[in-house]
Design a protein around this ligand. Sequence first.
Ligand SMILES: NC(=O)c1ccc[n+]([C@@H]2O[C@H](COP(=O)([O-])OP(=O)(O)OC[C@H]3O[C@@H](n4cnc5c(N)ncnc54)[C@H](OP(=O)(O)O)[C@@H]3O)[C@@H](O)[C@H]2O)c1
Length: 302
Amino acid sequence: MSPSTLAHRNVSESPDDAAKPRLNLIGGGRLGRTLARAWHDAGTVDIGAVVCRSSITADAAVAFIGSGKSHTALEGLPPAALWLIATGDGEIASVAGEIAAQGLIRPGDLVFHASGALDSAVLAPLLASGALTGSLHPALSFADPSRALGQLAGTPCALDGDAAALPMLEALAHAFGGKPFTLAAGGKAAYHAAMVMGSNYLVALTALAQQLAGQAGIAPGMALTVLGPLMWQTLANALELGPAAALTGPIARGDAGTVARHLAVLDNAVIQDAYLALGRATVPLAQLNDTQRQELAALLNA
Ligand SMILES: NC(=O)c1ccc[n+]([C@@H]2O[C@H](COP(=O)([O-])OP(=O)(O)OC[C@H]3O[C@@H](n4cnc5c(N)ncnc54)[C@H](OP(=O)(O)O)[C@@H]3O)[C@@H](O)[C@H]2O)c1
């Protein structure tokens, strides 16, 4: 990171190393303890309070981070230039409200969360205290903190927040080797929907393809074996070449006859809806003449 981006903020609470801002961590679970440890290891921050609901979790988080003081309540926390609210998404708003009500924030302190679905507006109660607010979402699974720590470098990190908060969030992402990028104002929900579409719905698509293969008499395990190489290759092509260049198959060839034969055997309503919707999304990727486009549209809009 560029230490100067963070170093000028509220350094007085850090007598041992006046260049390092203090970080208070609210929510020392999987993500919170991993990021705090990474920033501590990198010498980016001093760890102040580590707050969880239970002292067992808070103590375990402090042990994992290798620094900080465990707390089970927000009362009486030390001042800090940086506050990460890494509770579950459902608790972020109430924790922000409580921090504001406790008068813990000084003008210029940065309060941020790591949710992929919520934007920084959820931290609005803190604005009256003069806080800078934002969010930093690493697109990584933190299922196991020790593993996640080793996987952080290179992780894309979506940022949103006040103009003054963004350079600080960028510096924090760089500090653990993250690759920060900024979302358009109000873009967080669309960003999260994109992640869900590209990740969760890929899983759903796999299940639907497996089910269709079952209709052809292929056992579920065998279906994944058959689909696997094609799916890996297609995903790699789509990511490396871009979706349009990666497209093959009947729609790419303008082959309405084959699409009609598929539709004739789809007897499950969910599979039929998915086939039609994804087919309509596929047509604009293909290089077709007007007749081919119209024939496919007639089938897929039915
Ligand atoms: N996990 C991931 O892969 C991942 C990836 C990207 C982003 N995120 C985001 O990161 C955030 C944290 O997720 P997580 O998976 O790390 O959650 P988690 O493992 O469930 O940890 C949440 C922590 O918050 C604490 N907590 C909850 N309510 C609290 C309160 N009112 N005051 C103080 N502490 C409180 C819990 O303490 P107790 O244990 O004592 O109850 C727990 O330690 C979420 O916003 C999530 O969307 C997670």
